[in-house]
Design a protein around this ligand. Structure first.
Ligand SMILES: [Zn+2]
Length: 90
């Protein structure tokens, strides 16, 4: 293990500050999926078979990666969701 100097520690804390600053300043990445379902990524436009009962979704962070998706949620995924989370259904 190399001996850490005060200089090393100072540099590390400066890097942390820079990182924090860029996290605060950077807008989250946004992906516009248009007519696509944010979950199954399938087309929900009129005539696709998934148009009925779709609803628009804005800024959904699907996997917690910080990337937000705009698009739609199709009825199929909606039903799947309620199937997996029956306690939410009221
Ligand atoms: Zn879907």
């Amino acid at each position: 293990m190399p001996h850490r100097t005060n200089e090393d520690n100072q540099r590390d804390s400066m890097e942390e500050k820079e990182l924090y600053k860029s996290m605060k300043n950077n807008k989250k990445s946004k992906v516009d999926l248009g007519n696509k379902c944010v979950h199954c990524k399938k087309d929900t436009s009129l005539g696709s078979g998934r148009f009925v009962n779709r609803y628009p979704v804005f800024g959904l962070d699907i996997d917690g990666s910080g990337i937000e998706y705009d698009g739609y949620c199709c009825d199929k995924c909606e039903q799947e969701y309620y199937k997996d989370n029956p306690e939410i259904d009221d």
